[in-house]
Write a protein that binds this ligand. Structure first.
Ligand SMILES: C[S@@+](CC[C@H](N)C(=O)[O-])C[C@H]1O[C@@H](n2cnc3c(N)ncnc32)[C@H](O)[C@@H]1O
Length: 217
């Protein structure tokens, strides 16, 4: 299993030109657009393996819909959840709930979905291809009809980015926008067009292996 320090991993955000910082800017812009275009009324957001929550917190910080949003961020490392809680409190985002727990379990989301916006950022590069495909099936239950999934996947060989698009599009999602093939940290946005789903309890969607272990295979 992953031997990486997932708190230290966030230090790459300290560099304005790192691939991760560029990915964060793209993801934050997509979240902002999703909030701009969201229907009026309460909005649910869930973030799977949220880290320090920089994307959703950055988008909500100055957004006019910030008080409409109830967000559940699920992250395993307590140092990251502490950072996310502190950042949310500093921004006065009382609708942001940060849970220290296993984001791979459907039980983490049962009372928080269907969500208008599902963030799957930094996950698909850390789990097996079979688990990516399996997770795209659960996304149909996490995401409300008309809602959006913002997801990422690196473009390293083997480049699974096109297959992730295909798996989503076979499972009731339509492509909204995807990053150019030359962008190494690919970002996609897909809209739920399929029927509403009911998230099953007691299921594990994926095993978080870590890119360090996956790359060594
Ligand atoms: C690649 S980072 C992405 C963090 C964040 N989404 C971002 O893009 O900044 C992956 C995160 O998943 C967390 N993680 C690993 N396994 C997890 C699990 N089973 N449940 C919840 N979080 C997990 C790690 O601690 C790490 O913060």
């Amino acid at each position: 299993m992953t031997g990486l320090d997932w708190h230290a991993w966030h230090s790459a955000y300290g560099s304005p030109d790192s691939e991760l910082t560029r990915r964060l800017r793209t993801v934050t812009a997509h979240i902002t657009s999703a909030l701009d275009e969201a229907p009026p009324g309460p909005l649910r957001v869930v973030s799977v393996c949220a880290g320090e929550g920089r994307d959703i917190l950055g988008a909500l910080a100055g957004h006019p819909r910030r008080s409409d949003v109830s967000a559940r961020l699920v992250e395993l490392d307590p140092r990251n959840t502490e950072a996310a809680r502190e950042a949310a409190a500093a921004l006065g985002l009382s609708g942001v709930e940060v849970v220290t727990g296993d984001a791979s379990l459907t039980d983490a989301y049962l009372d928080a979905v269907p969500a208008h916006l599902v963030l799957m950022v930094g996950v698909f590069g850390n789990i097996s291809p079979a688990d990516i495909e399996r997770t795209t099936g659960f996304l149909g239950h996490l995401c409300a009809p008309g809602g959006l999934v913002v997801w990422t996947r690196n473009r390293k060989d083997p480049d699974l980015f096109p297959r992730v698009c295909g798996w989503l599009e076979e499972r009731g999602f339509e492509r909204v926008r995807i990053s150019e093939p030359g962008v190494r940290q690919g970002v996609g946005v897909h809209r739920r067009t399929g029927a509403p789903g009911r998230l099953p309890s007691g299921e594990r969607m994926f095993t978080f292996i870590g890119y360090d272990v996956l790359n060594a295979r």
